[in-house]
Design a binder for this molecule. Structure first.
Ligand code: NCD
Length: 342
């Protein structure tokens, strides 16, 4: 496996745990006075962002730089896409410059999968339509593990616009794989038409769910992906589904509040609630850099693939990933020659 397109590519709990363990090393690197290792020197990572992004893009970029990779920026708004260039031609053009990985965000589900079929470079899905956002799920798992020790048995409510949320689709799979018990809380209009095969419970009563959970994970109303008429008004949405100052009191004292960002303060989360000590939203952002370093390193750095979803006996043969943070000197990848440039 050469790409990270879906949470399923990680190969279940074992693969997710491997990324989280590697992330520990990169958190340590990020805390150094000079937070940089030469692990990906000579590698080039390109960004292909067809949709707006603040934290995902900056965090991938920071991750690549901390691993000493070269980066190639592509901004749709100032590119030949504006002149009608297709996704295929754009991907092939970027690849011809000599790149090792492409990080793709696209409004259409499946776009990164198409690109993965066209290019030799590793493709990382940084969010495709309503479909998936696997690195967000990894950083959420890492943040939960950091605060709770383990996700096993942890009760998580994901609240809000599940229907249009790629974050929810990836998080549900990753949280479930690590043993968490997930409840979706939303009005019926903001749930997918079918939840067949989703390992979740569903509730339409946030007040009833809050006292019983360890984590409440809020989602933004994804108005750019939404038809009209799904909720009566934002004010009514907030009154019934928002984590207001009054409602947050229903949580147990140690329960955490999470949000993938960008937040709409005053809609799904009260402005003050976002800044409470129980809110770990900035930890999510901080951990995003180290998690993405781990993903880039696994795909590019060691020559090792992410572990395939194999039974434990076969997994024992999986390539061993060296500890990239053990010394300031690079692990094996640095010995590799510069990639050829077209
Ligand atoms: C999310 C996204 O773009 O999918 N943001 C993110 O990557 N942190 C969620 C959202 O847009 O609401």
């Amino acid at each position: 496996m050469r790409h990270l397109l879906d949470v399923a590519d990680l190969g279940g709990a074992e693969g997710i745990e491997e990324v989280l363990r590697l992330t520990d090393s990169f958190v340590e690197v990020s805390e150094r006075a000079i937070p940089r290792v030469p692990a990906l020197r000579g590698k080039t990572v390109a960004w292909l962002f067809y949709e707006d992004s603040t934290r995902t893009r900056l965090s991938f970029e920071t991750a690549a730089k901390r691993l000493s990779a070269d980066t190639m920026n592509f901004s749709v708004s100032s590119s030949s896409v504006k002149k009608g260039e297709s996704l295929l031609d754009t991907a092939k053009t970027i690849e011809a410059m000599g790149i090792d990985a492409i990080v793709v965000r696209h409004a259409s589900a499946g776009a990164p999968h198409r690109i993965a079929g066209w290019v030799d470079a590793a493709v990382i899905n940084a969010g495709d339509g309503w479909h998936e956002h696997p690195t967000q799920a990894l950083l959420d798992c890492y943040t939960l593990r950091q605060h709770l020790g383990s996700l096993d048995g942890c009760r998580i409510a994901i609240v809000g616009d599940i229907k249009h949320s790629r974050v929810a689709r990836s998080d549900v799979q990753a949280f479930h794989a690590l043993g968490a018990d997930v409840t979706l809380v939303a009005p019926p209009t903001l749930l997918p038409p079918s939840l067949d095969g989703w390992p979740v419970r569903v509730s339409h009563d946030l007040d009833a769910v809050l006292p019983d959970v360890d984590v409440v994970y809020l989602l933004r109303m994804q108005r750019e992906r939404m038809g009209t008429g799904l909720i009566p008004s934002l004010r009514e949405y907030t009154a019934t589904w928002g984590l207001t100052n009054r409602r947050v009191e229903r949580l147990r004292p140690e329960a955490l509040v999470m949000h993938p960002g960008p937040m709409n303060r005053g809609v799904e989360i009260a402005a003050e609630v976002a800044d409470l000590p129980r809110s770990v939203i900035l930890d999510q952002v901080r951990n995003g850099v180290a998690v993405r370093m781990a993903v880039l390193y696994l795909l590019l750095g060691s020559g090792a693939d992410l572990p395939a979803p194999t039974p434990p006996a076969a997994a024992a043969d999986a390539p061993v990933v060296p500890d990239p943070a053990a010394s300031p000197e690079p692990a094996a990848p640095d010995a590799e020659p510069e990639p050829a440039r077209a």
